[in-house]
Design a protein around this ligand. Structure first.
Ligand code: NAI
Length: 275
């Protein structure tokens, strides 16, 4: 269903790798709601993924940018304004990667070069993106910037590894930069804390299948899908949420406020009986 919520709005969408990506679904939904955008991803992801297909489908241009590189981000923001014919109304940061997770390093056995690379990609890139937008005065008033997070920023999920710390860092950057963006340019900055979702990044987490099934059973409304996350993001880009800022917004079917659910308790008891 489309409501034209983003008619006339222009944006930049980071992080669409393939059709499972949350950013991919968001691009499709933004297009349906009348928004126009530039797609971007790291050069290597452009080679490996299928973003061109999305670009054709949505009539968008793709500009490569490694989100850890200021010069790439400057080029991205300048070119986007040229292509879109004006300042930016919305930005989605859907970027995450931990080298320690990729290499199978346990949380207590981190390689700190990997740790640093991980936080640069997953958290500091959000600061860099906003700093470039801010310095270039590239955002329109009442614009909206969203990054995607996960509840391991607040609670312990052992297999989420150093991504937990990266997400805590990301959420803090949203608040800290959001203050200045709000005060100086009337731009809002939020993070959406999304349910586990079967994407390339999601499936990189050890034991993901168990993880996603457990979250689904714990949540009164079940896990939120990538498409539902896209819908929520559209609402945050729209003028219906103009005074929502500095928030970490849980989009997780209720998971974050649960202690235990009947289903999880039953399967735990069953497991105990079988022992
Ligand atoms: P995905 O694997 O489809 O997207 C991750 C994206 O990050 C990829 O497009 C990748 O190319 C991009 N990326 C990595 N390094 C980059 C760099 N240096 N510069 C620019 N882009 C770079 O997976 P997904 O799940 O759609 O991830 C999007 C966001 O959602 C991430 O922040 C992730 O942590 C977050 N998230 C995912 C959840 C899940 O279970 N899948 C749950 C909660 C949050």
């Amino acid at each position: 269903m489309s409501y034209n919520l983003l008619k006339g709005k222009k944006g930049i969408i980071f992080g669409a790798l393939d059709e499972n990506s949350i950013a991919w679904k968001t691009a499709e939904r933004v297009k349906e709601e009348g928004g126009e955008f530039v797609l971007t991803n790291a050069p290597i992801a452009l080679r490996m993924g299928t973003i061109k297909e999305l670009a054709e489908k949505t009539g968008s241009e793709v500009i490569p940018a490694d989100a850890t590189k200021i010069e790439d981000l400057e080029n991205l923001v300048e070119k986007s304004m040229e292509i879109l014919g004006g300042k930016i109304d919305f930005v989605l940061h859907a970027i995450g990667m931990s080298v320690n997770v990729r290499k199978g390093n346990h949380y207590t056995e981190q390689n700190y070069d990997f740790t640093q690379k991980g936080w640069d990609i997953s958290a500091v890139s959000f600061h860099k993106t906003m700093q470039v937008l801010y310095k270039k005065e590239a955002m329109n008033e009442w614009g909206s910037i969203v990054a995607l997070s996960y509840m391991a920023a607040q609670r312990v999920f052992p297999d989420y590894n150093d991504m937990a710390d990266n997400k805590a860092f990301l959420e803090s950057i949203a608040r800290s930069f959001g203050y200045f963006f709000g005060k100086d340019h009337k731009v809002r900055v939020n993070t959406i804390s999304q349910s586990p979702t079967p994407t390339t990044a999601g499936q990189g987490v050890k034991g993901f299948d168990g993880f996603i099934a457990y979250a689904d059973k714990m949540s009164p409304l079940g896990n939120a899908t990538a498409l539902e996350c896209a819908d929520y993001t559209v609402s945050l880009f729209s003028d219906l949420t103009k005074k929502v800022t500095l928030q970490n917004l849980f989009h997780d079917g209720g998971f974050s406020n649960m202690g235990v659910s009947q289903e999880v308790m039953e399967s735990f008891v069953k497991g105990q009986e079988e022992k």
